[in-house]
Ligand binder design. Structure first.
Ligand SMILES: [Mn+2]
Length: 405
């Protein structure tokens, strides 16, 4: 079976208040071509289809059109789970008409997908958190765990919600679900897991929003289902193989750069050829960057105006950082905006204040020094000893666990 794994489309997402729907539309056009070119049997979308629970109508139309198109009248299976940004009920509201197209949508961890025919495929068996699907003679058992918030998680574990169970960590509870569901895996089936969770030690970016700081909604890597041949994750926007495990656990990342923290790496999806009992062959397919986000560091206002003029034809989103010793006049701002469209922000960096964010200085400083200057920069006061100690403890703890594979 050939499977394509993607996630975090965030249809309807804007950047500094500016819509990205045009780029998203271009992406979907190309996405359809990729699905067709690679002759995909099953497309997995691991959550965050939309950016909000109440997406714009155009985003919904785009979503319905693409899944209908790529399903190719039910020849392909499309498996979708909800992420933390989706409204689960709303995401799957069209399920009754999606079924005959081979589209399977799972809203909540406790949802039981109906058995029966989905396009050319059949769901032969299903229960809370898993489905067994058959397409053209091949069978796959898939663990499906849509974004498990605390509340949704406990709904699944309702069978033993005693005090002790409640005290167990989020990670342990997710691990318990995976372990229980793994019993459905068989030697004669393709065994996969799909979820929208944060795995400890993975690389996050600025556009994921409530990344659970402090780790309360983070899952330890050793809690992933060990018998899964591939684990299709969503949540993080940088494509990456999960570290610290030999399992094929991947975040496909978002298809577009959704923040300026994402400009240094390319976006992709994963295509895998997978058979029962064998290690899958995994390939990353790169996406086009339709409108790059750029940060222009300019030396003075004249330099900034010159850059705007030189790049006036370029199709990009721009953050302007201007080193200056005076303020920037409304007139200069107007000149820049007239020359280069899609300037998202014009930020004056008053000389003398920028030191700590200059990257060349970062390498020479210890973590403690960096934390002190960052704290001072943000709060205006030195951090207390206790805060500093706690921060360094966390840093060191993380460092030891990192295992680059
Ligand atoms: Mn996301």
């Amino acid at each position: 079976m050939r499977i394509l794994h993607t996630s975090d489309w965030h249809l309807g997402k804007s950047l500094e208040g500016v819509s990205r729907l045009d780029e998203q539309e271009l992406f979907l056009k190309d996405f359809k071509k990729i699905v067709e070119k690679y002759n995909i049997d099953m497309v997995i979308i691991s959550g965050d289809i939309y950016d909000s629970g109440n997406p714009p109508a155009r985003a919904e139309r785009m979503f319905y059109r693409i899944i209908k198109d790529i399903s190719d009248n039910g020849k392909r299976i499309i498996l979708i789970i909800s992420g933390n940004h989706d409204s689960p009920n709303r995401l799957v509201a069209a399920s009754p008409i999606a079924k005959e197209h081979g589209i399977v949508m799972v809203d909540l961890p406790k949802t039981v997908v109906k058995k029966g025919q989905y396009g050319d495929a059949f769901i032969n068996d299903s229960g809370e958190g898993y489905i067994e699907i058959e397409l053209r003679g091949e069978k796959a058992v898939i663990i499906v765990l849509p974004y498990p918030s605390e509340k949704r998680l406990n709904e699944v574990l309702s069978y033993d919600l005693n005090e002790e169970a409640k005290r167990r960590s989020y990670s342990d509870r997710v691990g318990e679900i995976f372990e229980k569901l793994s019993l459905k895996y068989r030697d004669d089936t393709i065994n996969i897991a799909v979820s929208h969770i944060f795995i400890c030690g993975s690389d996050s970016s600025d556009s994921e929003r409530p990344i659970e700081l402090g780790g309360s909604l983070a899952v330890d890597v050793d809690k992933l289902p060990k018998r899964a041949q591939y684990i299709a994750l969503g949540h993080l926007h940088k494509p990456q193989k999960v570290r610290g495990t030999s399992l094929n656990a991947y975040y496909s990342g978002s298809p577009l750069q959704y923040s300026k923290s994402e400009i240094n790496y390319a976006k992709c999806c994963y295509v895998l050829d997978i058979k029962a009992g064998q290690d899958p062959r995994i390939e990353s397919i790169m996406f086009h960057n339709y409108k790059p986000i750029e940060i222009w560091k300019c030396n003075g206002i004249d330099d900034a105006i010159k850059k705007c003029e030189e790049n006036r034809e370029k199709n990009s989103w721009v953050y302007l950082e201007i080193r200056t010793d005076s303020f920037i006049s409304q007139e200069d701002i107007k000149t820049m905006r007239n020359l280069k469209k899609d300037i998202l922000e014009i930020k004056p960096i008053i000389l003398g204040e920028e030191e700590i964010i200059e990257s060349e200085n970062i390498k020479d400083k210890s973590m403690e020094q960096l934390f002190e200057s960052f704290y001072k920069f943000q709060r205006g006061v030195e951090p207390e000893e206790e805060v500093k100690k706690l921060f360094l403890e966390i840093c060191h703890g993380e460092g030891e666990e990192k295992d680059e594979t």
